[in-house]
Design a protein around this ligand. Sequence first.
Ligand SMILES: [Zn+2]
Length: 318
Amino acid sequence: MTGHGFIHRGHQDHEDHKGFVVFVILVSFVIGAVARCAAQPAPAEPKFDSSRAYEDMRQMVSIGPRPSGSPAIAKTRDYIEKELTAAGLAPEELPFDARTPLGVVHMVNIRATLPGAAKDRGRLVIGGHYDTKLVREFPFVGASDGASSAAFLLELGRSLKGRANPLPIELLFLDGEEAVVDWQGQDHTYGSRQYVQDAQRARTTKDIRAFILVDMIGDRDLGIRREQNSTPWLTDAIWSAAKRMNRPEFIEESTPIEDDHLEFLRAGIASVDIIDLDYPAWHREEDRLDHVAAGSLQIVGDVLMAALPAIESRLTTR
Ligand SMILES: [Zn+2]
């Protein structure tokens, strides 16, 4: 629009014809330059691609049941680390031995960090579990419960890689979310409890500015209620992004759920659990690929990406 104004003013300047010609040439150079700039592809907006996430989910499900301490979960770890490396990230293993009702089980959390501009303001952690529940009665492959969260984090890593993150973002793959026997006492969330306790011992909890947990987000009939234990401002940031995007799958009604975010909350870290526990195949043999959908991962990916700026702005201004 400013270009038009210049040309118009040039037309009115009849006295200096030569000057006008030079001016027109200059203007056409400017317009040409602008046009060339516009023709150049803009830096790609980070885009969550659920077809890649679905393939990750498929690969992990094809490994079979993946309970903590099993050779199958070691294979899953190899897959996760290979994919992170291919995305240009540096996976780091955080091994530990968990005391469970079935004895000591060797477990491994995995993390990979995307750099961010603010280096002295800690990091945003986005996590989910990659183990599946130990079930002896039938083969439990956990398409939504175990594979969906790990697949989601992998694709998040690929899509956030080229983004200018205001804060470093750590992707955290948690082991031992599932109970070894029964979800009671301390028989659950081994990976998150270990991770937070390690931070507490090292006095570095303050560096974990917020924790976003995804769990069971593959349900083909997606419906995610607000989780009652979660930090209100963080929950609001995500649900208001969903509202802006007209995503009725993010339901306003709330329900309390025990999950990997609780240990973070106990340590005073703002946390939110994004989970669809209204899943008929939950902890059943039916939690297979035919009960999950790429579209569900896409919805959660789009909503989380849209919610990130508000979350990051709050964390970098306070
Ligand atoms: Zn489960």
